[in-house]
Design a protein around this ligand. Structure first.
Ligand code: ZN
Length: 361
């Protein structure tokens, strides 16, 4: 059980290199600066009447959707269907709303504020910038692009929610306002073409209301807003698969907006998407002999990767996180009879438990 290599780190420089590497002839506009003065970039693509505002990486460590947006640009510029779509829609993209957090690989911005809890207060420059863009562009639809941890399952299953969506609430009673209904229809429409399998699924996020979340805020203002979450696919810690799936989901939603295909979907179709359960952990060690205050038993022990930025690389470091009846492992390792005479004391430090588990592999 070693640290997992990955390429999830995607600060502004990496984004600019990747964008230039596309060689699409598109130009970015600098729409403002972060709290620490880093440029924030936007781009408008398409000449259609339906206006869609999308932003990514308001949480700096959620990089997959930014990459999927680059893939979407390629699609819109180089495929016949993409070129056709651009006549129907006008897409305004803000890449990496939180470049300071992207550099640090943190969810929060430079002032340790969660930008997705700042919609009402608007204390941060990045939030104010998003609000200005919203006011000046006056979108018909908003796409709020995020990434989620490995812990989420699609329903009460062991399948990771490789994609999750939410039509956020517009009020405390979670009523289905016209804007929210439209967002639900769009999510049902964009999900329909996907064929999930035994390996992965699509989940629906919790809809408890918080007006400081931008999705709730824009929905309350009457703009249908869709939350996208790029999630885990088995053994794919680089999130290459969810990057592809997010790009497909973006194409699906733009097509549905363009064709009004979402009109044949209902709020029931949306609610048929399984709810997210947060009971997955990266590794489950089954049948481990443990000792807890001198009592000897067998138990499952769970390990979760902590993501740490070291020397410009994000490392996934295994940490012991305990054990709960309802947790399920994404990877399951059976240690039956491997340590009958050598029990693991679960009151030791996480580091020590990890070392002891390593010795059993
Ligand atoms: Zn997020």
């Amino acid at each position: 059980m070693k640290a997992v290599n990955n390429n999830r780190y995607f600060p502004s420089d990496s984004f600019l290199d990747a964008f230039k590497g596309l060689k699409l002839g598109l130009l970015l506009d600098q729409i403002g600066r972060s709290e620490e003065g880093r440029p924030i970039y936007g781009l408008t693509i398409g000449t259609g009447r339906k206006k869609v505002l999308a932003w990514s990486q308001m949480h700096g460590n959620e990089t997959t959707t930014t990459k999927a947006l680059l893939d979407l640009l390629v699609y819109l510029e180089t495929t016949a269907e993409g070129i056709r779509l651009k006549e129907g829609i006008c897409l305004r993209i803000i890449f990496q709303l939180n470049p300071d957090g992207a550099l640090r690989y943190t969810r929060l911005n430079a002032n340790n504020v969660d930008l997705n809890r700042d919609a009402l207060d608007q204390t941060q420059g990045e939030t104010q910038l998003l609000m200005q863009q919203y006011e000046s562009f006056a979108p018909d639809y908003c796409l709020n692009l995020h990434g989620q941890r490995t812990i989420f399952a699609a329903g009460n299953t062991s399948k990771p929610a490789t994609l999750s969506f939410l039509a956020p609430s517009a009020d405390e009673s979670r009523s289905i306002t016209p804007a929210r209904e439209r967002a639900m229809q769009l999510i049902a429409a964009l999900v329909e073409p996907f064929v999930v399998s035994e390996e992965w699924g699509i989940g629906r996020y919790d809809d408890s209301f918080n007006l400081n979340c931008v999705g709730d805020y824009f929905t309350a203002k009457g703009t249908p807003t869709l939350l996208f979450e790029a999630g885990h696919f088995p053994n794919d810690y680089n999130r290459l698969r969810s990057r592809e799936l997010i790009q497909t989901a973006l194409v699906n939603v733009l097509q549905s907006i363009d064709s009004k295909g979402f009109m044949r979907f209902s709020t029931e179709d949306y609610h048929a998407i399984p709810e997210n359960f947060n009971h997955l952990r990266d590794i489950e060690y089954k049948n481990v002999t443990i000792v807890n205050n001198k009592e000897l038993t067998k138990s499952s022990l769970f390990v979760q990767y902590a993501e740490k930025l070291e020397d410009g690389k994000v490392c996934f470091i295994p940490e012991y996180v305990g054990s709960q009846e309802d947790w399920k492992g994404l990877t399951v390792v059976n240690l039956m009879h491997k340590n009958d005479k050598n029990p693991i004391d679960i009151n030791e430090s996480s580091d020590k438990i990890i070392v002891m588990l390593n010795l059993l592999l």
